[in-house]
Design a protein around this ligand. Structure first.
Ligand SMILES: Cc1cc2nc3c(=O)[nH]c(=O)nc-3n(C[C@H](O)[C@H](O)[C@H](O)COP(=O)(O)O)c2cc1C
Length: 386
């Protein structure tokens, strides 16, 4: 099969063949390992896109090991995605990882969550006590700082951030030669990350799987482009084939950042049950809920999400919500009801029909987009009125 040609300025900037980036997807199934491990990232990079490790839940040592995995599988460029939300930037004990002093949870919220388990016939079981895991974050550092230090030491070519501004790390990353990518879901965040030092902005529409905003990709992309011009903008949310890729390139994006399309890649670290649920899904089978993380997240729907949304329980802030639902998640696992766990996926789930190697997904996308864009002159008649 001949190799497709599809080049944009993003390819030159990142040293890649196709303007397609694997979204740095973190853990699903309420677990600790990300979907986008080093193995998936390497497969995408080796095939000519940019593979990005979903690094958010990795300790510095685990992150270093994943970076080594990528390097053992490819010598092409790759990236690491982290979250720079405010609670990951608290010094001393690592903020998010400092679970040795869990906050007091509102008793009415705890009781309401327990009622959800009863409603779904799940026997309530208390999760084992949390072992403090903050030891690896020195008192004078935050969780994000400890992770970024690894990126700097390892000279990772690309840093991506799904939340927050890169400002605190801009200087260190730039002097290390690292390209900074920031994801946004609205124009206010776009201006903030542009001011904070992002070299490339990803405009992520609400169609996206995982944490997502309220604006659709088609409406968001041009507005973000206007807000951060002349910075290059990559589109995300709802791009899972060559037609959507051609569309966003025609709108002026320099590339696409794709998550859901790769959730059903052979190399994706995603439980088989969850991959199958995505393959079986229709376009309307995803919903946005705060249940799993406290922030709005698009998931494949399930009876637990439906019961949560129908209840009047208010989600707690990110971090605390995970603690609130800890016993529930433990009970779900103990009952063997894994179909109720987090299965973050986007609206393109409805068009994914088979598990394939990441390289095949990527090449088909690039080749179809290249064909469509090349053929536009023949298919679209343009009449210019004098
Ligand atoms: C399972 C899953 C996990 C995700 N985890 C992260 C994450 O840890 N960090 C991040 O920046 N974005 C994360 N995202 C969002 C993606 O980066 C991306 O913006 C989104 O998948 C793009 O839309 P699409 O799913 O329609 O392709 C996740 C998305 C999914 C589906």
């Amino acid at each position: 099969m001949s190799q497709p040609i599809l080049k944009t300025p993003l390819c030159e900037r990142l040293g890649i063949e196709y303007p397609i980036i694997l979204a740095g997807m973190g853990p699903v199934a309420s677990g600790g390992e990300p979907v986008a491990t080093g193995r998936l990232a390497a497969a995408v990079s080796e095939a000519g896109g940019l593979g990005v490790i979903g690094g958010v839940a990795y300790s510095p040592d685990a992150l270093r090991a994943e970076i080594a995995t990528v390097r053992s599988l490819t010598d092409k460029p790759f990236g690491v995605d982290l979250l720079l939300s405010s609670n990951f930037l608290i010094k001393g004990g690592g903020g998010r990882m400092d679970t040795s002093r869990p906050p007091e949870l509102p008793p009415e919220a705890t009781a309401a969550v327990r009622k959800l388990a009863d409603h779904l016939d799940i026997e309530w079981q208390q999760a084992p006590a949390i072992t403090p895991t903050a030891n690896w974050v020195p008192a004078d550092k935050s969780y994000a700082e400890a992770q970024i230090e690894v990126l700097l030491e390892e000279k990772v070519p690309v840093f991506a951030s799904g939340l927050g501004s890169p400002a605190p790390f801009r200087e260190a990353l730039e002097s290390n030669g690292t390209t900074i990518i920031s994801l946004v879901g609205n124009t206010r965040a776009a201006r903030r990350v542009a001011d904070g030092g992002a070299h490339i902005v990803v405009a992520q529409g609400t169609e996206a799987g995982g944490h997502t905003g309220r604006i659709g990709t088609l409406a968001l992309l041009p507005q973000v482009m206007d807000a951060v011009a002349p910075l290059p903008v990559v589109a995300a949310g709802g791009i899972a084939d060559g037609r959507a890729l051609a569309g966003v390139l025609a709108l002026g994006a320099v590339g696409a950042w794709c998550g859901t399309a790769f959730l059903v890649a052979e190399e994706a670290n995603q439980p088989e049950l969850q991959k199958q649920r995505i393959l079986d899904a229709e376009a309307e089978d995803t919903v946005v809920t705060r249940l799993y993380s406290g922030k709005t997240m698009r998931n494949i729907t399930n009876p637990l999400i439906e019961a949560w949304e129908a209840s009047d329980i208010r989600a707690l802030p990110m971090g605390q919500q995970t603690l609130l639902t800890r016993d529930l998640v433990h009970s779900i696992r103990a009952a063997g009801r894994e179909e109720l766990l987090m299965n973050a996926a986007g609206q393109t789930s409805g068009m994914l029909k088979q598990i394939r190697p990441a390289a095949e997904i990527l090449h088909e996308m690039a080749s179809s987009a290249s064909g469509l864009l090349g053929g536009l002159g023949g298919r679209v008649q343009v009449d210019v009125l004098a």
